[in-house]
Design a protein around this ligand. Structure first.
Ligand SMILES: Cc1ncc(COP(=O)(O)O)c(C=O)c1O
Length: 418
């Protein structure tokens, strides 16, 4: 078709698939450009501080990856990933008491692709799935393409509330629940971690109601204090586990993985063939060499010290500046704090004013299924990326915007408008 400029694409609504109608663009992605402006302090993206990686080592690793592996990195590869990459991942998983062979896992283009493959493999339009509410907005985005009926379960400081999950499963009765998707450790966006008792209860309920559990674990190694809870997959081999190098090394490598029971993995493999044939072999080679040839655990420990300082700075600034009516979570690791404001504050409406004041955050409603009306008075703020002084300043700026909204509301009430 010749690009004549005469076609009114707006009139072509009927050419799009119905699944596109219900899709929303990601608030984080939309804020990406703004977040990189020098006058903005970004609390929006969950961006790891890759500048703290030993860049000379990384470039050596990248150069060696090509030199040592020759053309292997330039060729198509196995759909499930390079054998050597899978071996490295099996090694990483041992630290989590997950003991698997290379046939038990598949390399994916980041955990994000794993989420999409899961949606494509399991969800028919209208199928029920259960997630924490709020949950990772990228997961909602990936799943929404397959038009599920998403039921959300609240969390508290001990993670997903099992009393509410049980009630929901009971209420759903004979309706098949395709899976429960959870981020049990340093949840995105909540920052909370599921207690051991709740992990056990989740697995009990999953067995009782015959529901698959999907454990998404990008942040488990970013712990600043306290003891780790066991991964759900370490407690139950029927759990599907998603991992990624994004937060422990670099998201630019787009390397993640799925561990799943064999029959399920075979189905996902078929689905992945149609999606991308195979992931980037070159990226996988770089990942192999990074984990084999560099002291990556030491590097991560050092970066975790920085994340911890930033978490502390954020919690201290929230205490100092935020109104008494605000509540927030206290993460022991990961990247995020979840803030809840009085019901009448709409954080999505606040965002443009916040941008004018030089600060970004993720409005809470994006972390719930579209149209649920939930999360409007909440926000996700990330402490991973900015230095402590900037975090303090960002929280101060945000508090000014919040205070303005709140006084406006109080004035409306006083004037009898509301
Ligand atoms: C909970 C969760 N799952 C998956 C992802 C996607 O990770 P990846 O970079 O491996 O695609 C993210 C990224 O922020 C995340 O927070």
């Amino acid at each position: 078709m010749v690009a004549s400029g005469l076609i009114q694409f707006d009139d072509w609504a009927d050419i799009y698939a119905s699944r596109v109608e219900t899709m929303r663009t990601s608030a984080v992605r939309d804020l990406f450009a703004a977040a990189s402006r020098s006058d903005i302090i970004s609390l929006s993206g969950g961006m790891p501080d890759v500048a703290r990686l030993p860049l000379d080592k990384v470039s050596e690793v990248a150069a060696n990856a090509v030199k040592k592996e020759g053309i292997a990195g330039l060729q198509y590869g196995d759909t499930t990933g390079r054998e050597q990459t899978k071996e490295i991942i099996c090694g990483l998983m041992k630290d989590n008491d997950i003991f698997v062979n290379t046939e038990d896992l598949m390399v994916t283009t980041g955990a994000q692709q794993a989420l999409d493959l899961i949606g494509k493999t399991f969800i028919d339009a209208g199928d029920v799935i259960i997630t924490e509410g709020p949950t990772y907005l990228g997961a909602l985005q990936a799943f929404s393409a397959y038009q599920p009926d998403v039921h959300t379960i609240e969390f508290d400081e001990e993670g997903m509330r099992m009393d509410l999950l049980e009630a929901e499963l009971k209420k759903l009765g004979k309706r098949k629940v395709k899976f429960i998707y959870t981020i049990p450790t340093f949840q995105n966006p909540g920052g909370v971690t599921m207690s051991l008792a709740r992990r056990k209860r989740l697995l009990e309920l999953a067995h009782e109601y015959e529901v698959l559990v999907i454990e998404d674990d990008p942040y488990g190694r970013l712990r600043f204090e306290g003891e780790s809870e066991p991964c759900l997959r370490a407690m139950d081999t029927e759990v599907i586990y998603l991992g990624t190098v994004s937060k422990v090394f670099a998201p630019g490598l787009r390397t993640g993985w799925i561990i799943a029971p064999h029959p399920i993995l075979q189905k996902i493999k078929m689905v992945k063939q149609g999606t991308d044939l195979c992931g980037s072999a070159l990226n996988q080679v770089i990942v192999e060499h990074y984990f084999n040839d560099t002291p990556w655990k030491e590097t991560l420990e050092n970066i975790n010290v920085k994340y911890r300082e930033r978490r502390d700075a954020m919690l201290a600034a929230l205490e100092e500046f935020f109104p008494a009516e605000a509540k927030w979570t206290h993460p022991a690791g990961g990247f995020f704090v979840w803030v809840t404001l009085p019901e009448y504050v709409d954080t999505a409406q606040m965002l443009s004013v916040a941008l004018d004041n030089g600060v970004t955050f993720v409005p809470g409603d994006g972390c719930y299924p579209a149209g649920s009306g939930k999360g409007r008075n909440a926000m996700r703020i990330a402490f991973c990326y900015e230095e402590p002084e900037k975090i303090r300043e960002a929280i101060r700026r945000l508090s000014v915007v919040i205070e303005e909204r709140m006084s406006l509301y109080r004035a409306f009430i006083k004037a009898g408008v509301l």
